[in-house]
Design a protein around this ligand. Structure first.
Ligand code: 9Z3
Length: 418
């Protein structure tokens, strides 16, 4: 991607409101850890949205609960990294993830009355909760975890660019671990509606009618035409509106006597349009959304924003037959260091590491009893979900393996500079 394309994207898509504050937080976080010689991972998590309106009521979302990202963050902290957790607002976050977002019940179910007017954790969850709490407190007290939210694809790209540019002082000790589910398509600002997209023309008609009567009459006529097929009764009422608007000619009333006639016509119209809303014609109106491709920023990221750090990205597919191919394609295209491929259905059981100059490496959670047979591996790789829940968190295997590759990346860089 050319510099101009990048400039155009970032100058036409507005930054998130708190970008400057986030940049300042990230700057002091990175500088402190760079000075301490610690590794820092910028980890992205959760799905980006694509707003359809500037004052957003409707948006397109990307699948991701944030489980991969939030769980990975905990294992990175355990592995000695400081973590910038760039995540979709209200998706899962490290440590709290163990108790939030329950699909049945609530986090309150983990608590019980202590008999003295207070509350305490339920006895059966107390041990685990005190471990989770201790790890969380350590991360917080030692300033090892910085959480920054995003919502839209635009927010995400602005934040990613700004923060990754700050990673330079870390040199090869910086790691970008891109697990967020990022939209491939978006509505460019020049085509985005300001207000909520309407499912009927009713508001447009009403607005126009209350200002210029000639255009309103045209609209009425259009509406009449639409209604013609569906509701003769409405058609008659609409005619009444036209007639009531003053001059009696097709172009509507003159400005002089508009007040009474237009207010009358509006109230009549409301009746007409309320009926109109209910017609099958209005209901069957489809909304066609024309989306542009999101510019591919990974190459720019590798070349310009964080040139010395290691970059690992996830590749999500649902079709097993293309997963490895797409992961390789991504690596060849962006020339970064690691693609972790996963299938939506089996993402909690296995992933594949694809990296330059190395054999593809599958990481799989162990089975409760025995080893995975060749047949079982084949069906996993074909996207078949095992009956039993995974025995452990796959991230417990992924993060140490990423750390090994990061060790090698740092070593290579040291050799180059020696
Ligand atoms: C992933 O593949 C993540 O592992 C998941 C995690 C989104 C599947 P959950 O949060 O899910 O645990 O529920 N993330 C990357 C998805 C993505 O959009 N990748 C892009 C692509 O595949 C490249 S950046 O083209």
């Amino acid at each position: 991607m050319s510099a101009t394309e990048e400039d155009v994207y970032f100058s036409t898509n507005p930054p998130p409101r708190n970008l400057d504050a986030h940049v300042e937080q990230a700057r002091s976080f990175i500088d402190a850890h760079a000075a301490a010689g610690r590794r820092v991972v910028l980890l992205t998590s959760g799905g980006t949205t694509v707003p359809l309106e500037r004052q957003t009521v409707r948006f397109i979302d990307n699948f991701s609960a944030g489980t991969r990202g939030a769980t990975s963050a905990e294992y990175f902290l355990e592995a000695g990294y400081a973590v910038i957790f760039l995540h979709r607002e209200f998706s899962l976050v490290p440590y709290a993830r163990h108790y939030s977002h329950a699909t049945t019940g609530s986090f309150l179910d983990f608590l019980e009355a202590d008999g003295r007017g207070g509350v305490r954790p339920r006895s059966d969850v107390r041990d685990k909760m005190s471990m989770v709490l201790a790890a969380y407190r350590r991360a917080r007290d030692e300033n090892l975890l910085l959480t920054i939210p995003f919502v839209t694809i635009g927010d995400y790209l602005h934040e990613l660019r700004a923060i990754s540019r700050l990673m330079a002082p870390l040199g090869p000790r910086g790691l970008l671990y891109l697990a967020a589910a990022v939209s491939d398509f978006f509505v460019p600002p020049d085509r985005m509606a300001e207000h909520k997209i309407q499912s009927t023309d009713a508001v447009k008609h009403r607005k126009k009618n209350s200002t210029t009567s000639s255009s309103s009459n045209n609209n009425n006529n259009n509406n009449n035409n639409n209604n013609n097929n569906n509701n003769n009764n409405n058609n008659n009422k609409n005619k009444e509106v036209n007639d009531a608007s003053g001059s009696g000619n097709d172009n509507g009333n003159e400005s002089g006597d508009s007040t009474t006639s237009s207010s009358r016509s509006i109230s009549k119209e409301e009746e007409v349009f309320d009926n109109f809303d209910a017609t099958s014609a209005a209901r069957s109106k489809s909304l066609v959304i024309d989306l542009d491709p999101v510019p591919k920023f990974l190459k720019t990221l590798v070349d310009g924003w964080a040139p010395e750090g290691m970059i690992a990205s996830y590749k999500l597919e649902t079709d097993p037959s293309i997963l490895v191919h797409k992961a390789r394609h991504s690596l060849a295209r962006y020339q970064h260091h690691l693609v972790i491929g996963n299938l939506l259905a089996t993402r909690k059981w296995e992933v594949v590491f694809v990296s330059p100059g190395r054999e593809d490496r599958w990481l799989r959670v162990p089975k409760r009893r025995g080893e995975w047979s060749d047949d079982e591996v084949r069906s996993l790789q074909a996207g078949e979900v095992p009956r039993e829940e995974p025995l452990m968190e796959l991230e417990a295997l992924i993060i140490p393996a990423v750390r090994d590759l990061h060790d090698a990346h740092i070593q290579q860089n040291q050799q180059k500079t020696a």
